[in-house]
Ligand binder design. Structure first.
Ligand code: NAG
Ligand code: NAG
Ligand code: NAG
Ligand code: NAG
Length: 238
């Protein structure tokens, strides 16, 4: 892989992994966008009609690295001719100095798949994501026992790369606060029997013991950013 990323796109489709993308048949629109951004191991195979079949950039959490690498046909070949992957994770897992298994694994992948450019977020940059969280939410990430989500990293990276972002399948911050008993929606479109999205969001948001994702807080920040940057939300629209 290369050491610095210089991808720039006028228009990006940020395809979330939420089941809200299902049945909307947005695949054609997504594929006709200059750059298509996906997260973790979200597949396109079998879901093309709804999520499209192109991938320009994948943002992958340390916990999903093995799932992506284990299925190269799905995640590495089914992509644009020069796709990129950005890996993020705690410095002890990814740092060059850690000589961690993940670091070596990613090196091997970028040597095997010559067209693929692999990047990992440097420890200093990871700290910047934390300060951004503090600045935007008033909460210290570590003291508030929060974990940033892949969605957070992906949105920040997309804002850096893209002049205009169309987000597919992301609900608004108030969505899960609406009347209970609304229709169950799987958290991931590729896991129909997996956990419910709102249950996952609400439980994580209020989780105190141990570390939790603050999916709803993050979306409140995205809603503010949408006003300053060129971000719009489709399926659902808000
Ligand atoms: C990808 O999508 C385009 C248009 O939606 C279609 O023409 C093409 O056959 C698809 N390719 C694969 C491999 O599914
Ligand atoms: C690798 O990139 C070259 C040049 O951009 C392209 O012609 C080729 O099809 C790509 N290979 C794969 C497997 O995508
Ligand atoms: C917003 O997006 C439109 C359409 O892609 C583009 O023409 C415009 O330059 C963008 N504005 C900014 C501030 O990037
Ligand atoms: C928090 O979200 C993660 C997904 O990132 C999920 O695996 C976990 O079960 C959730 N926790 C709770 C308490 O819902």
């Amino acid at each position: 892989g290369v050491t610095t990323m210089n991808l720039h796109c006028h228009k990006c489709a940020l395809v979330t992994s939420s089941s809200h993308v299902l049945g909307k048949k947005a695949g054609h629109d997504i594929d006709h966008t200059e750059c298509v951004i996906r997260m973790n191991d979200a597949p396109t195979l079998g879901y093309e009609e709804d999520v499209g079949n192109r991938t320009t950039l994948r943002v992958v959490a340390h916990a999903s690295v093995f799932r992506v690498i284990r299925r190269p046909n799905e995640f590495l070949h089914r992509a644009d001719s020069n796709p990129m992957i950005i890996f993020w994770g705690p410095p002890n897992k990814f740092g060059k100095d850690s000589k961690g298994t993940l670091y070596r694994l990613i090196q091997r992948v970028s040597m095997t798949y010559r067209n693929l450019s692999c990047f990992s977020i440097a420890p200093s940059k990871m700290r910047k994501f934390d300060s951004l969280f503090l600045r935007e939410t008033g909460r210290d990430r570590q003291k508030s026992h929060s974990w940033l989500s892949t969605g957070w990293f992906t949105m920040v990276i997309a804002i850096e790369i893209c002049d205009n972002i169309e987000v597919y399948g992301m609900v608004s911050p108030s969505h899960c606060g609406k009347k209970p008993g609304s229709k169950k929606m799987p958290y991931h479109y590729y896991k129909p029997r997996g956990p419910d999205e709102c249950v996952t969001y609400v439980q994580n948001e209020s989780g105190k013991r141990g570390n939790h994702h603050r999916f709803i807080t993050e979306k409140q920040v995205f809603a503010r950013w949408a006003k300053h940057y060129n971000i719009s939300f489709t399926h659902p629209t808000w």
